[in-house]
Write a protein of this length. Structure first.
Length: 111
């Protein structure tokens, strides 16, 4: 008897679908999504990233220019506006300056 095999789509793939949908809906906009999750769900998402310390109560990732912020339920004080900070991604000019600054030579050109 053949087993019915279902395709299991992982968390990251599902988040990619959501971020893609927001970019289609608002192509000129900037999107930030905040997820406040119960411990079990938070740890399940956090487990997909090696570089994230397992003791942090919040973290963010960027998927195709969409910022996703994950917060452990009950760890954020919503009355304090400084509690959640989202950093502005570097501009294109800043990125280019950083790239080209690596190629600067400290010695004068050869004559």
């Amino acid at each position: 008897m053949e087993e019915n095999k279902e395709s299991v789509v992982g968390i990251l793939e599902q988040l990619a679908v959501i971020t893609d949908a927001t970019q289609v809906l608002f192509p000129q906009g900037k999107t930030i999504m905040v997820f406040e999750l119960a411990r079990e769900d938070f740890k399940r998402v956090q487990g997909n990233f090696r570089g994230i310390d397992q003791y942090h109560n919040k973290f963010s990732i960027d998927i195709s220019g969409v910022e996703l912020v994950f917060i452990l339920e009950g760890e954020v004080n919503y009355d304090d506006p400084t509690e959640i900070k989202v950093e502005e991604p570097p501009s294109l000019m800043k990125k280019l300056r950083n790239i080209f600054s690596r190629f600067k030579s400290s010695s004068p050109p050869v004559k």
